[in-house]
Design a protein around this ligand. Sequence first.
Ligand code: FAD
Length: 465
Amino acid sequence: IDALRALLGDAHVLLPGEHDLAAYERDWRKRYAGRALAVLRPADTAQVAGIVKLARAHRVPLVPQGGNTGLVGGGVPDASGTQLLLSLQRLNRVRQMDPSNLTMTVEAGCVLQSAQQAAHAAGLLFPLSLAAEGSCTIGGNLATNAGGTQVLRYGNARELCLGLEVVTADGEIWDGLSGLRKDNTGYDLRDLFIGSEGTLGVITAATLKLHPQPRARMTALAACDSLRHAVTLLDLTRSRCGAALTGFEVMNALSLALVAKHFPQLAQPLGPRPWTVLLELSDSEGEGHARAQFESLLEQALERGVIDDAAVAESLAQSQAMWHLRESIPLAQSEEGLNIKHDISLPVSRIPDFVERCDALLAERFPGSRLVDFGHLGDGNLHYNVQAPEGTPPADFLRERETAVNAVVYDQVIAHGGSISAEHGIGQLKRDELAQRKSPVAMQLMRQIKQALDPDGLLNPGRVV
Ligand code: FAD
């Protein structure tokens, strides 16, 4: 602790007893709470490297943390009180903007929304977008390979990153901040660190890919009586609008009912429907063209019986209100109480069969359990969450049923060719599930990589592998 104080200054080594560390020690869902030996707040990459060297010399584990919005318990310390929490929040500068190369280099603790705003101020678009964007950080986004609402057009965090700066488990600094779109010089170290959830190295900065800003963005809601029809609407929209389609989200009736219950001030233009789809077009020709595209698409969908109602946003404020509705679902669920979350991906074509089968099995085995289904249908990612029956305390339901519910859901995910983690990662929540569900060969390779890069197991121990 003395050495850390000498490195960072007393004000940036926060000790339990002297400071309230709850905001660092408890996760967003309030599911995991640990105790940190100390919370460290370095200001730059050199200080991060110094911390890692000290941690290594004293054999003390480190847990990197950005905005602490992760949903799998990956960024909070365990209960032992022996782990250092390494907060990246003070590394928050935009280091470089290169409009001609369509890139910007930002530090790991830069909040996603600030990175979006920096790109916007340069007349460009950084398209990564998710409901936690006001708090999550670029380092956390890359460490979890975050997805969000624009993946079907622009890809996930991995596809938006060209280069990284990383402090290795030895405390060395790897400067891989290249803004190159082509670079075939051996193994792809960048892709190894992306999605590694703080277990292989500490990301300190990244060079990110930017895109031209679309001239207009427009949103619509459409009501479908089944998920099968929602998939047909996706096919139709893709064939008519091509790359202009930048968002395609689905919400089942219960997910919007929870929003109505906990946020009654939010308008729901279509009223209760089995499935509501949120579509977004980003148009390079302007607002008039986007509106015309939407109107003819939705008219055709109505005529074919694919949807039975629709509303196109009349203004930017209405577009934002529609997104707000969608993004309020996790918050409404959180208000309703702890639930059993499944962030899964499947081939889009198999999603309706999966949901039908899984809904039926859960209704039979766990009568009264409530299914809150929503997510990024456009890229095959569903948040298939199971809420306790009305009247059952959520914590009891979670404790008594989680393992059995997970077995039903994940068996069906695998049977339908899917993945048990689409975008939130593994953390502690799915670590044991991963070991059971991933091929033994893949697990062995992952353990060998961990062993090679962090032989002492000091970076985020007990997470992922
Ligand atoms: P943290 O929670 O602080 O950390 C997450 C993991 O990354 C931990 O394992 C941590 O150790 C590691 N880590 C953090 N920073 C670094 C670093 N610099 N170097 C190495 N490792 C690091 N996720 C999606 O993908 N899509 C969504 O649509 C989405 N919606 C969300 C909505 C809400 C309301 C909330 C609360 C969360 C949502 N998330 C979503 C999950 C979460 O926001 C993302 O996982 C996000 O990328 C985490 O960023 P963070 O900075 O908060 O990371």
